[in-house]
Design a protein around this ligand. Sequence first.
Ligand SMILES: Cc1cc2nc3c(=O)[nH]c(=O)nc-3n(C[C@H](O)[C@H](O)[C@H](O)COP(=O)(O)OP(=O)(O)OC[C@H]3O[C@@H](n4cnc5c(N)ncnc54)[C@H](O)[C@@H]3O)c2cc1C
Length: 417
Amino acid sequence: MSSLNSPHADLSGGIVIVGAGLAGATTAEALRSEGFEGDLHLVGAEMHRPYNRPPLSKEVLTGAAAPDSAFVHDFQWYLDNDVELLTGDAAVALDLPGRRVRLSSGRVLPYRRLALATGASPRKLDVPGAHLAGIRYLRTVDDSAVLRADLESGAKHVVVVGSGWIGLEVAAAARSYGNQVTVVAPGTIPLASALGAEMGAFFRELHRQHDVRFRMRTRVTGFVGSDGEVRGVMTDAGHTIGADLVVVGIGAVPNVALAREAGLDVHGGVSVDAALRTEDPAVFAVGDVADAWHPTLGHRLRSEHWANAIDQGKAVARSILGQRVSYDVVPYFFTDQYDVGMEYAGFFSLSSGADVVYRGDVESGEFVAFWQQSGRVVAGMNVNVWGVNDAIKQLVSSARVVKASRLADPSVPIGEL
Ligand SMILES: Cc1cc2nc3c(=O)[nH]c(=O)nc-3n(C[C@H](O)[C@H](O)[C@H](O)COP(=O)(O)OP(=O)(O)OC[C@H]3O[C@@H](n4cnc5c(N)ncnc54)[C@H](O)[C@@H]3O)c2cc1C
């Protein structure tokens, strides 16, 4: 594809995207669909082409879907769209004044614009015994394959450290094979920091109904093993919980080393404005790694969610091409655990201290929960109720004051509130 034909003549020096995950792949796709015809490199540290991560703790882990189903594009797409995909070749240094990226292979890529889409990595539990075999983290398609092989026998006692989304999804997958599962976490109620106590309790009950045991208000202080294999999890309560397998899901940290070493501003992630641009006008950040100014919230937000990787990927492509962009999308995520599917849209940081209003019966497992502050809906969550999340997002972004009685009334369509 000749850059001479590019309608974006000032970008004829080419665009490099560092990080071949969902955000990187979406950025590449959106650049092409917006008409960019210049050189386009997508640089990935992993050996795989970009893939979706949500299935890795759900249908790929339970065996309901093949790992191949997670790929964002087939190989042919990269050829057809003239995207040079470099896998297994991490970017190791940025030269901002010289506008060049150096890769681990020694190759140097010049750029006119650079997008950092380096994502995040699992937060590690640094306690005695952390080196033992059988202690797993889940981020990559390879991690998921190894974990699935561990779980398949159904005969293991699995200790899940952490009661967030990944921990609970792994717990559900482990139970689907019949393994015993204990979840250990320092909080009082699973997911309470994300959803509040009431909705956290809903998920706790769901797991209890599937015989998952919880050890809450409990910190892991170390692991014990024999023959190099983990055999138990030590807690600050002085107990040792027997374990054949441990899965640690205690959050993720953004991959900021490249940006930091190049001198870019890094706080919660790579700092960018609402146009997803760093303080260097040629450099952008997108996806899990981007700590982006949110015009509605009036502060920065780093969103570690699948939909954000897609929405920001589309937005950063337009921004790179010189279009006016102000990224103010309402954060969205979803989870699937057992037979419960849920979507959530809203602003987490605002939901603390909010009143929760229900539409439908929580006991029935099919309901919508709204979080209200001063009459405004700041977040909404639909559980086994479908086709309503776009209306919830509109309601949240409208900041309209709505009576709680109308929120709770299923005869009033959410789109008409
Ligand atoms: C198991 C799992 C389940 C999830 N489930 C859900 C869910 O149900 N709902 C939801 O909303 N979200 C979910 N998420 C979160 C979602 O997958 C992420 O938000 C999304 O993957 C972010 O995409 P990204 O491209 O920004 O980052 P990543 O997916 O992390 O991709 C970044 C890529 O950049 C590469 N990279 C890093 N540094 C370099 C470098 N120096 N050079 C080259 N390449 C580099 C990394 O190796 C990686 O391949 C889940 C995440 C995981 C791990």
